[in-house]
Design a protein around this ligand. Sequence first.
Ligand code: PMP
Ligand code: GLN
Length: 385
Amino acid sequence: LVAPDGTVEQTVFGQMTQLAAAHGAVNLGQGAPGDPAPGFLLESAHRAMLAGHNQYSPPQGLPALREAVAEQRLRDWGQRTDPADVLVTTGATEALTAALVALAPAGSEVVVLEPYYDSYAAAAALSGARIRPVGLRQTPTGPAVDFEALTAAVGPQTSVVLLNTPHNPTGLVLDEEDLRRIWEIVEPSGARVLTDEVYEHLVFDARHTALAALVDDPRIVTVSSAGKAFNATGWKVGWLIGAPAVVQAVQSVKQFLTFVSGAPLQPAVAAALREHPEFLRENAQALAARRDVLLDALREVPGVHVDSPASGYFALADFAEVTDEDAAALNARLTREAGVTGIPAPALCAAGSPTAGRLRSVIRYSFCKSAADVDLAAERIREFA
Ligand code: PMP
Ligand code: GLN
């Protein structure tokens, strides 16, 4: 992202948001929910502000939020968690960045499933580590982990294996067998496993499983956040769960990145996690309905292939049989001609990787937008087909 003249490019999400706006297209690019955050969350933050939660919070995060996260992990995924092992961060992004800076020494390798969320590469670059992508396999039933490739990639040079499940952008949800096999591969290497579970509640056709609930090992570190759970991506309240030495190391980095995270938001997220599990289920159901609206429309475009994602915000549409254009050129043309903008999937890969090649004609479309926007996009896709 940093050009030789020192200028820093915007992320692909920012670029595509501008592209959509310039052409009045429906923006199915950035994964930012179209529905508002629930009233109970907003009222509770308001009360916290009025009650004086407006100065620096405790460095490790508000105890009530650390307790609520620990309870939620046990309630939802059976992961026994001590609130003392929870560190509150400024979104999952800060948890991941601080964790890589703390745990991935310069020169070591960070193994990631590819395609991957763009901040991973930037976070690894900050720590001086190298990203080692392991491409997901495409099977007739959808994406899957390539265990052979993972075995080949993990070794003494690996400091961290960063697993995103549920996965952005494929929707792959790693099941218990996948996670146990991955741990068997990683364990002998001595590397840590960092799980990015920000889509944990947005699972439609599978069940989320937390590696830390299956395997009790101080090398497993969990990251998640409230943004996707409560349609509040702008709040940037996240957390990391790990062994005491890990939490201490990550906190020592975090203290110089942001010091602490938003004080009045923390009691509100704590109350929401405790008191509103029904919202998490209802939100997933609403999202699954929008997924189906978008899939039905995309499937009417002759030659387009699209798997039904089991989770998350995104559908991947493959246009290889429709055009020779690459995804970036096609996405720009569809923005102009169809009035719908997505994210070119190769932007979520290491430049020039085999996976980027396989996804050459694939566009990622977000269905987490408002029902009206998803309906409008579906209508425009049908007209274009
Ligand atoms: N990980 C993944 C896979 C994501 O898609 C996102 C999305 N924004 C994040 C992390 C960042 O989460 P947060 O907004 O809590 O920093
Ligand atoms: N996670 C969101 C996505 O994948 C975007 C967040 C961002 O814009 N950085 O679309």
